[in-house]
Design a protein around this ligand. Structure first.
Ligand code: NAD
Ligand code: IPM
Ligand code: MN
Length: 326
């Protein structure tokens, strides 16, 4: 059976995925590619074809590049809808987005299948367009459990980020997190922060932050901010996990249409996501550690333009493979 379902997607997705596939091949991990996103819309109409979803369900893990095509912005069916559908179908409610740099080691735990993205939306008769933010108690409980467990494992503090001074759903969020903290995770130091000032804290004092628990939309925004203070989107990886079944491993960045097709995208975020796939998706912790060390070593030797260098995407992949073999 194919162990890894590979979804290259659009823009720089296929370019960075190609480097990850070199690593899978080197490690002897079976994989198969499937249409997804804008290219799938252009080919047959749907961003998440049935065949692709079936292949993802049957795999041990999903490796995803990025989706998004300029020509489909504002179209009735968009590539991004396929990504949301895939996350929902696979039930990957916990999105782990680590951000590391000199003196900084934080982890954003983003709720991934609820909130504003999945609430009721539409257009009223009076012409008003609306999206609604909805959360149920079990939805908050399961992501909070995950974040507390991760903070405990790392021996660190948990900061829950909300907008309790304004939003109704944030009251549920804060109540549930406070309750769980008192009853089941009394050993994990817990604090709460409001999302606006917390965005500032990520910029001004990222070294004071450990594990961050937050809802879907806040987590989307804050994880790009965390990426920015730790070297940029070219380096930021993520793992999306459910309770069982395959996880999705993908960079935090998108399809970067401005630089697509030039072979200059940084594959490090994709390769770090591949390390997360080895660790969380295939249970190959040692291989994951080795790949992460190889990526760090390679980045000391060659840098793409986003890091101030002139290396190509495949130069970085080649350096990673060389360090992995060493
Ligand atoms: P983006 O993440 O694609 O790009 C933001 C900036 O970062 C751009 O300047 C880009 O050139 C740069 N960048 C991103 N990845 C890079 C890399 N690996 N190496 C070097 N530079 C890199 O975000 P955007 O421009 O806001 O969105 C573009 C498209 O991507 C949109 O269609 C959006 O919906 C989609 N998107 C998809 C995903 C995903 O598939 N997971 C995530 C975010 C955005
Ligand atoms: C991300 C992306 C997606 C999100 C979009 C493309 C649906 O921005 O993975 O961060 O908002 O979740
Ligand atoms: Mn995002």
């Amino acid at each position: 059976m194919t162990r890894v379902a590979v979804l290259p997607g659009d823009g720089i997705g296929p370019e960075v995925v190609a480097e990850a596939v070199r690593v899978l091949d080197e490690l002897g991990i079976e994989h198969g590619e499937h249409a997804f996103g804008g290219n799938a819309i252009l080919a047959g109409g749907q961003p998440l074809p049935h065949e692709t979803l079936a292949a993802c369900r049957a795999a041990d893990a999903v490796l995803l590049g990025a989706v998004g095509l300029l020509e489909l912005e504002g179209a009735p069916v968009r590539p991004e809808q396929g990504l949301l559908a895939l996350r929902k179908e696979l039930g990957v409610y916990a999105n782990l987005r680590p951000a590391r740099a000199e003196g900084i080691d934080l982890l954003v735990v983003r709720e991934l299948v609820g909130g504003l993205y999945f609430g009721e939306k539409g257009t009223r008769d009076d012409g008003t367009w609306f999206d609604t933010c909805e959360y149920s108690r079990p939805e908050v409980e399961r992501i909070a459990h995950r974040a507390f467990a991760l903070a405990r494992e790392r021996g660190q503090r948990l900061t829950s980020v909300d907008k309790v001074n304004v939003l109704h759903t944030s009251r549920l969020w804060r109540d549930v997190v406070t309750e769980l903290g008192a009853t089941e995770y009394a050993d994990v130091p817990l604090d709460h922060a409001l999302v606006d000032s917390f965005a500032m804290t990520i910029v001004t004092a990222p070294e004071t932050i450990d594990v961050v628990l937050t809802e879907n939309t806040f987590g989307d925004i804050l994880s790009d901010v965390a990426a920015a203070v730790t070297g940029g989107l070219g380096l930021a990886a993520s793992a999306s996990l459910g309770d069982n079944g395959p996880g999705i491993f993908e960079p935090v960045h998108g399809s970067a249409p401005q630089i697509a097709g030039r072979g200059i995208a940084n594959p490090a975020a994709m390769l770090r996501s591949t390390a997360l796939l080895l660790r969380h998706g295939l249970g190959q912790g040692q291989e994951a550690d080795a790949l992460e060390r190889a990526i760090d070593a390679a980045l000391g030797e060659v840098q793409t333009h986003d890091l101030g260098g002139t290396a190509t995407t495949s130069d970085v992949g080649t350096a990673v493979l060389r360090n992995l073999a060493a």
